[in-house]
Every structure is written in structure tokens, then in C-alpha cells.
Design a protein around this ligand. Structure first.
Ligand code: ADP
Ligand code: MG
Length: 589
């Protein structure tokens, strides 16, 4: 029994969130949902208010990923829900847990053309794990709690509750209010392991492999499987390759990390153990020409629907929680270690690694100006590492943009998990600033619930292409208002991919041509040397406009030490791009 009398539905929703252990809510309010946000604040829940529901919904998904509990997002009905669908799509595609609470029109006004009217249940049902509308205030608690639970039990995704204005505002008589039960906390999702017969079969297959490879995905990071996976790799000495967000589950510095010989590893691997990753575009579907056509894939996943997809063999799949299954496999492979002398696998990988690393080192020291991507990232990395060495896990990196994300991915090493977020499975651009806010809140907020490595507090560093930055650029105001000292780099080549102008004059000249009906600026052009750093200054943060390695280094150090959001606007070469020699590419070939 709770002692506080409830007055309206808004109180009950806020109280339920509090009882569920929610410490922060992301959103953008208006009537009728603002009442819920206000009551949540009164109960000590932190409300992070965004400038667009899309950004709020993205932030909630990343908070869910980093903390292992649903991120909560509050939005108005109609257009608010439509904008937040971006986050719903992101949650579904990445399997991140999200609880979306959307306000809506009074029940008796539905179909009358009411304010922000939308049949959001019909719209969201196919894209969520549960989409439900309570019929009165007294059913609010169990419905909100159930949507919360459903979003992160099983394979994570979205729970949606549609909250009509009349229910949010419904006054409860004092008797009914005092009878509202406290909502019991939702226990951590139950975990299961794989069946013995399968484990035996898979262990035999791994023992017979000539070129085995372990893929580590963001499902393993989400499951906090770093300790059992580390133990497994150290006891079997298998080679491993992380996905872009699986980076850090195993330290990048580990000798069995074959990331810098990725293409060679994919081509040669004959038995592939997939830990919390999918054989989708990120891993080229497990198919030739990138992969060895003879490769056998063993999937370890929480979702049975995932088993057997694309090149994976369902008969070899291990259904269960990755932490438990990896411990089971470690036992089945006890007293066995991979013997590299069985094939030329490791020597080929070593040669490939040496070649790729030499190429990367040459790119990193390219003296040309404007800076190249590789040189700019090398300067940033060197400065950041001197301030916060990777072993401490004191930096959480966020990265988005096509070339910016592709090229930076291999440059910033991680020694601990969940310290790199990027555009993810949906290749969603615009997530950078919202994810940075979520990471700041998850690691540094008053109710911080995420952990990774020794450093408790994390500096959040967002590395953004100039195009990607634009999708959610106004969220720098959210950061400033909420006291978030995020360091943002805008890698500015004046366009999407490689841009389409050489100077302000060139840009203006091409625009003129459009006026005359001739082909003008190409579709990937953006403004030339736009002063993005001024946006941070305007909001109460700091800004730096840099062209040279020396300026970039100084700005990186100042930005790292600042207590406000900082934008470092880095002018780099436009009109051409250095192709990374290995890694994932969202850039068209
Ligand atoms: P990546 O993008 O890193 O390759 P994906 O998002 O494609 O990773 O895949 C992550 C996979 O992890 C999903 O198929 C998801 O079902 C799975 N997963 C999530 N949590 C767990 C868990 N606790 N145990 C096993 N698998 C999990
Ligand atoms: Mg660009």
C-alpha cells in the first residue's frame, strides 16, 4: 500500500514508473502528457526534455541498451507519436528495450477530428511487442508495468501505452486512490541455457575446425557477457572478431582479436561461433563472396526466430542467454585449446594484419591540409589517450555519419564493453547527439545505472559527420540545459559522403547554375565551412573551429576538460575520400 493519495491518472503513471525503479525519463511534453512528466519530476524522477520526439526516442533506446532496462520516453499524441516512431524502428531493428508512453485525444472525441488525433495503436501494433490503451485510470499501473516488462523480456523491443487525455486527467476519489497498490519491481529477465546434445555436437565441430572464428555482437554487450566470453577466449585461444558495437566485450588489444585482418578472417573461417550477433548486412549475411562458402555458422542467440537465417545452420544453433551458453561451451571445451599449426590460418591473418596496420599508420601521418579523416582521427585519438588511457574505460564514443563512422571505427580502440554506440543495425543517422545524451545519463546521471571498466564517470565523445550532426544538432541545447559535458567533433567536409563544393564561391556559383536551369549542386552538397561550433556557444557551451593538427589537438584537450558541451568543428578534405581497407562500409562503393 502506498501512503500518498493519488489524485489523477498522471499521478498513477508517475508513481508506477517510480515503483518500477525508473530514475530518468526522456521526452518532449505538451498536453496531455505534460502532467505525467510533472508528476514524475515531483517524485524525484529526472526528466530530460528534447527538442524533437525523434531524438528523445533515440535516446531512450540507447539508455535501454546501456543499462539493460527499458528506456522510457514520453511524447504527445499524433505528430509526437509519429516522430517517436523513429525510435520504435530503431528499438526493433537493434533489439533495444524501449517503453514509449504517448498521450492522446480524449476517448469521447476520437473520430471527431480532435486535437492531435491519431489511431496510434493500429499504427504501432506491427512494430512493437505490445501496444495497449488502458480503459480507465485504475488499470494504468498493471498496464504500464506489463508494457515495461514485455519490452525487455525475451528479445528486447518496444512496449507502447497510449494514454488518452481523459485517463491522464481522471481524478480518483480518495478511497480508490488509497487502494492503489504499490507496483512490484520487475525482476531481471529470466535466463536459460542450451540443450546438452547440441552443446556436445557443437563442441566437437569447434574441436575439428581448422580456422575457427568467434563473432561478438552487441547482443553480447547488452547481455553483459564480457566476463564469461573473456574466460572462454582465454581458455580456448580462439580468434575473435567484434561487430561495430560488440567492440570492447573483449579488449581490442587482445592478441586473438583479428579485426585488422577482417577480410582475410571472413574468407578463411570454416567454423564460426556467433555470440549475440546477426548474420545481416553487418556480417554480409554469412555468404560468399565475403565469407568462405564452406563455413559453418553456430548461432548463440536468445531468439529462436533468428536461428537458421541466411547462411546459419539451425541444427547447429544454441538457444539461450549468451552468458550461460558461453559458460556451457567453456565447460565442454575444457582442456582443449585451438592449435594454430593445423593450418596456415594464423600466418595468413598475421600477414594481412601487418599490411593493414602499415597502411593505417601511413594514412594516420598524412601531412596534407585540409586534414584527411585518418589524420584528424589520429590527432583526436592521441590527445584523448593522453588524457584518458583506454585501459581505464573513461571515454564512451558515439559515432555516426557514413565515412566518419566507417573510418573512425577501427581507429579508436576499446578495452571495455558498451563504450561505443553508432548508427547500428538500421544505419540510423541522427542518433549521435541523442545517444550521447543517453550515454551521459547512463554513466554520469544522478541515477546512473550503466557500468563498464574501472572508470565510473565517462567522458562522452561524439564523432559526427557534418551531415549526421544536422539531423539532431539542436540537441546541443538539451545537453547545455541538462549540464552534460559532452565533447562533439563535427568532421566537416561540407557534405554527405564526400561533399560537392570547393569553396563558398564554388558553392554559390553552382547554386547560380541551378537558377539558370543547369545542373547545380549535387544532392550530397551541404553548406561550405558552416560554423557549427557557434551552435554550442549560443546554447552556453564552447566551440572551436579548427583546420590544423595543432588547433585540433588544443581544442580536443580544452573540450575534454570543459564542464559544458563543446563542439569542435574540424575542417577536412572535401571531394574525395580515403577508403578504409577493412571494416564495414555504409559508403557506396
Ligand atoms: P550486431 O549488430 O552487433 O551484429 P545484432 O543486433 O545484429 O548485433 O544482434 C544481436 C543479437 O543478440 C540479436 O539477435 C539478439 O536476439 C541477441 N541477444 C540479445 N540479448 C541476448 C542474450 N542475453 N543472449 C543471447 N543473445 C542475445
Ligand atoms: Mg560530411
Amino acid at each position: 500500500m502506498t501512503t500518498e493519495p493519488y489524485i489523477t491518472g498522471a499521478h498513477i503513471i508517475a508513481r508506477t514508473l517510480k515503483d518500477l525503479g525508473v530514475t530518468v525519463v526522456f521526452g518532449l511534453v505538451g498536453v496531455p502528457i505534460s502532467g505525467v512528466a510533472e508528476q514524475a519530476i515531483n517524485l524525484g524522477i529526472r526528466f530530460v526534455g528534447f527538442r524533437n520526439e525523434q531524438a528523445a526516442s533515440y535516446a531512450a533506446t540507447a539508455y535501454g541498451y546501456l543499462t539493460g532496462k527499458p528506456g522510457v520516453c514520453l511524447v504527445v499524441g499524433g505528430p509526437g507519436v509519429l516522430h517517436a516512431i523513429a525510435g520504435v524502428g530503431n528499438a526493433s531493428e537493434n533489439n533495444f528495450p524501449l517503453l514509449l508512453l504517448g498521450g492522446s485525444t480524449e476517448t469521447h472525441l476520437v473520430t471527431k477530428g480532435a486535437f492531435q488525433e491519431l489511431d496510434s495503436i493500429s499504427l504501432l501494433k506491427p512494430h512493437t511487442k505490445i501496444a495497449i490503451r488502458p480503459s480507465n485510470a485504475s488499470s494504468l499501473s498493471p498496464i504500464v508495468a506489463n508494457a515495461y516488462r514485455t519490452s525487455f523480456y525475451g528479445r528486447p523491443g518496444t512496449g507502447f501505452v497510449d494514454l488518452p487525455a481523459d485517463i491522464i486527467n481522471e481524478p480518483l476519489d480518495p478511497q480508490a486512490a488509497s487502494n492503489v497498490e504499490e507496483t512490484p519491481a520487475v525482476a531481471a529477465p529470466p535466463k536459460g541455457g542450451a540443450d546438452e546434445a547440441r552443446l556436445l555436437k557443437v563442441a566437437e565441430l569447434i574441436k575439428r575446425a581448422k580456422a575457427p572464428l568467434v563473432l561478438i555482437g552487441k547482443g553480447a554487450a547488452y547481455a553483459r557477457a564480457e566476463v564469461p566470453i573473456r574466460h572462454f577466449i582465454d581458455s580456448t585461444l580462439l580468434a575473435f572478431l567484434p561487430s561495430p558495437m560488440g567492440k570492447g566485450v573483449m579488449p581490442d588489444s587482445h592478441p586473438r582479436n583479428v579485426s585488422s585482418a577482417r577480410s582475410a578472417a571472413l574468407k578463411m573461417a570454416d567454423v564460426v561461433l556467433v555470440l549475440g550477433a546477426r548474420l545481416n548486412w553487418i556480417f554480409h549475411y554469412g555468404e560468399p563472396p565475403k565469407w568462405n562458402p564452406e563455413a559453418k555458422f553456430i548461432q548463440v542467440d536468445i531468439s529462436s526466430e533468428e536461428m537458421g537465417r541466411n547462411a546459419a545452420d539451425a541444427e547447429l544453433s544454441l538457444l539461450g542467454d549468451v552468458c550461460i551458453v558461453v559458460q556451457q561451451l567453456t565447460q565442454h571445451l575444457a582442456n582443449w585449446t585451438y592449435n594454430p599449426s593445423l593450418s596456415d590460418y594464423f600466418s595468413v591473418l598475421k600477414t594481412a594484419r601487418q599490411g593493414n596496420e602499415a597502411m593505417a599508420a601511413r594514412a594516420a601521418s598524412d601531412p596534407s591540409l585540409p586534414l584527411t579523416y585518418a589524420r584528424a582521427f589520429d590527432v583526436i585519438k592521441t590527445a584523448l589517450h593522453s588524457l584518458s588511457p583506454p585501459a581505464g574505460g573513461g571515454i564512451c564514443y558515439i559515432s555516426e555519419g557514413a565515412n566518419t563512422m566507417d573510418i573512425s571505427r577501427s581507429i579508436f580502440p576499446l578495452e571495455h564493453p558498451r563504450l561505443r554506440l553508432d548508427a547500428g543495425t538500421y544505419a540510423t543517422m541522427g542518433v549521435g547527439l541523442p545517444y550521447a545524451i543517453a550515454a551521459w545519463e547512463s554513466y554520469n546521471g544522478p541515477g546512473a545505472q550503466a557500468c563498464s571498466g574501472p572508470a565510473k564517470r565517462k567522458k562522452v565523445v561524439a564523432i559526427e559527420g557534418d551531415s549526421a550532426f544536422g539531423f539532431s544538432g539542436m540537441e546541443v541545447e538539451t545537453m547545455a540545459r541538462m549540464g552534460m559535458d559532452v565533447l562533439i567533433f563535427v568532421i566537416n567536409n561540407g557534405g554527405i559522403y564526400f561533399g560537392d563544393s570547393k569553396s563558398t564561391e564554388d558553392w554559390a556559383e553552382r547554386q547560380q547554375r541551378t537558377m539558370r536551369g543547369d545542373p547545380g549542386l549535387r544532392s550530397w552538397a551541404l553548406g561550405w565551412e558552416v560554423k557549427y561550433e557557434k551552435l554550442a556557444v549560443a546554447c552556453g557551451g564552447m566551440g572551436f573551429f579548427v583546420r590544423t593538427p595543432e588547433e585540433l589537438e588544443m581544442a580536443t584537450v580544452a573540450g575534454f576538460n570543459a564542464k559544458v558541451p563543446v563542439i569542435v568543428n574540424v575542417i577536412i578534405q572535401s571531394g574525395k575520400v580515403e577508403k578504409p581497407s577493412f571494416g564495414w562500409q555504409t559508403t557506396p562503393k
